[in-house]
Design a binder for this molecule. Sequence first.
Ligand SMILES: Nc1nc2c(c(=O)[nH]1)N[C@H]1C(S)=C(S)[C@@H](COP(=O)(O)OP(=O)(O)OC[C@H]3O[C@@H](n4cnc5c(N)ncnc54)[C@H](O)[C@@H]3O)O[C@H]1N2
Ligand code: MOO
Length: 415
Amino acid sequence: MMITVQEAFRIVTESVLPIVAEKLSLPYLQGRMLAEDVAAPFPLPRFTNAAMDGFALRMDDISGLSDGSPSRLTITQEIAAGALSSFPVFSGCCAQIMTGAPMPEGADTVVPFEDTSGFDGESVLVYKAPKPKANVRYRGEEVCEGELLLRKGTLVTPAEIAVLASFGFASALVSGLPKVAILTVGDELRMPGDHAENAAIYNCNQFMLEAACRASGVGITVIGHAPDERNAMREALRDAMAGCDLLLTAGGISTGRYDFMQELLEEHGVERKFWTVAQKPGKPLYFGITPDKRPVFALPGNPVSAMACFIKYVVPALSRLQGKELSGSIRAELVKSFVPDRKRHRFLFGKVWQENDRLLCCAASKVESHMITALCGANCLLESDPSGDSIPVGTTLNCTMLPWATFSSLERAGL
Ligand SMILES: Nc1nc2c(c(=O)[nH]1)N[C@H]1C(S)=C(S)[C@@H](COP(=O)(O)OP(=O)(O)OC[C@H]3O[C@@H](n4cnc5c(N)ncnc54)[C@H](O)[C@@H]3O)O[C@H]1N2
Ligand code: MOO
């Protein structure tokens, strides 16, 4: 039974559940999403330390500097970064101290090396008084022990890796990264690089979907292709289904004599959630769940249809598998009218950009589901409800950004 786009979207997002989280070491965390809150196991700085190379002293001992004459102090110890002072700085004394070294007991201020007579000798002349307590980094001044450092759901960037490392965490729990299997079908398809005779065409979906998955930040397990023949498709499906978290097929899902995909998926135990959606392109879209609850999308073979379905349904499913929030769409004003579909929700690839304070959009001029060049230059998928009238200039439309669209593409002019 044909269902609405809204219903299809709801079924997909409700049926797809997060996969198991995994613990990864620091070098592998970049780009992943934290699966748990991280609290500070100790305060930061962990101990009060010097912010400059110089002399740790008691501020009271250099108060005489105010009348212009230098103060002389006896150097009683040297503290390097990583070393501990074993006795206090007494009045009239000071400690040579290096940046990052723990402050010795008794001292409250660090005078930078440049404002003294230097490290040589048994005493030092201090020429310039800093502010009291200057050049000292205090225990816990940045972060308190137990404070929430990083929230579950945070995308790990070099900043989060730096924070984790600073607190001594060698690894972190991140959401699982889905592995996608891709299977294309069709006797007519040839691999790019091979000869395509007579009525043959080149396999675009396999490479397009692989690139779209990688651009969406997920991994690939199997990439396969099968001819329109039941046994070959059955075997290819079995291989594709082994070990993936999400199965994507393209082609063979409509009503043609060789469209065996639905029948074979169900033979493999996939439970159909829906087949056919009131949308253009992408009407024959099939969505199901394997017995062990993995999502399966059988995308229509026409490449633009396959990509529209990927953006509208597969990208949110990949987010759900990772426990990520769905990105949602943005609203932009149409600058060039187009004809929607009378009965079906219309998807069109297009461009959204910013002009002054307004977001504007326009659809690609090539609108048929086999016109793959419409994708080039597009940064979003535009949507329009069914309507018998053309959509006028100035209408506000929902635009879903393509996962690989760049921020700068929003600033350039339209298609
Ligand atoms: N009688 C009907 N015919 C069709 C209907 C319908 O409702 N009734 N729906 C049309 C729509 S809409 C679409 S979309 C297609 C989808 O059909 P399939 O998913 O079964 O896809 P195929 O028939 O295998 O292929 C359709 C089209 O796309 C080309 N194709 C397929 N795979 C690839 C690939 N990997 N790379 C490049 N091009 C590919 C294929 O050669 C066909 O031209 O059905 C309509 N028909
Ligand atoms: O709906 Mo089909 O996906 O128009 O080409």
